[in-house]
Design a protein around this ligand. Structure first.
Ligand code: SF4
Length: 104
C-alpha cells in the first residue's frame, strides 16, 4: 500500500514537472500580448483604415460618429489594448479607425 502511494506521488510529480514548460509558455505569451507595440498611425496598414490616436481627429471622416473609439469597438481587447484587425500592435483606447463596429 505504501508503495502504491509512493508510485502515485511520483507519477503526479513527474506530470507536474512535464506541465511546467507549457505553463511557462502560456505565461510568456501573455506577457508578450501585454507589451504589444503601439500601432503607428503613419504605418501603411494603419493608414489603410484611417487609424488615428485620438478619435476626435477623425471628425471629418464620413464614417465617424461622436462616441466611437477603440475601447467600445467589437474588435478591441481590453486586457492588452489590442485590436483584432492589427494583431501585431496595441491601439489607443480612445483611438479610432474606419472599421469601428459597436461592441453592443
Ligand atoms: S477596428 Fe476598432 S479597435 Fe481596431 S483600430 Fe479600429 S476602431 Fe480601434
Amino acid at each position: 500500500m505504501a508503495n502504491q502511494s509512493r508510485r502515485d506521488f511520483m507519477r503526479t510529480g513527474v506530470l507536474g514537472l512535464a506541465a511546467l514548460p507549457l505553463g511557462a509558455g502560456i505565461l510568456s505569451q501573455t506577457a508578450f500580448a501585454q507589451t504589444l507595440p503601439r500601432l503607428d498611425p503613419s504605418s501603411s496598414n494603419a493608414k489603410a483604415l484611417n487609424y488615428v490616436k485620438k478619435a476626435s481627429d477623425a471628425s471629418d471622416h464620413p464614417a465617424f460618429a461622436d462616441g466611437e473609439h477603440c475601447d467600445n469597438c467589437m474588435f478591441y481587447t481590453a486586457d492588452n489594448e489590442g485590436c483584432q484587425l492589427f494583431p501585431q500592435n496595441s491601439v489607443e483606447p480612445k483611438g479610432w479607425c474606419q472599421s469601428w463596429t459597436s461592441d453592443s
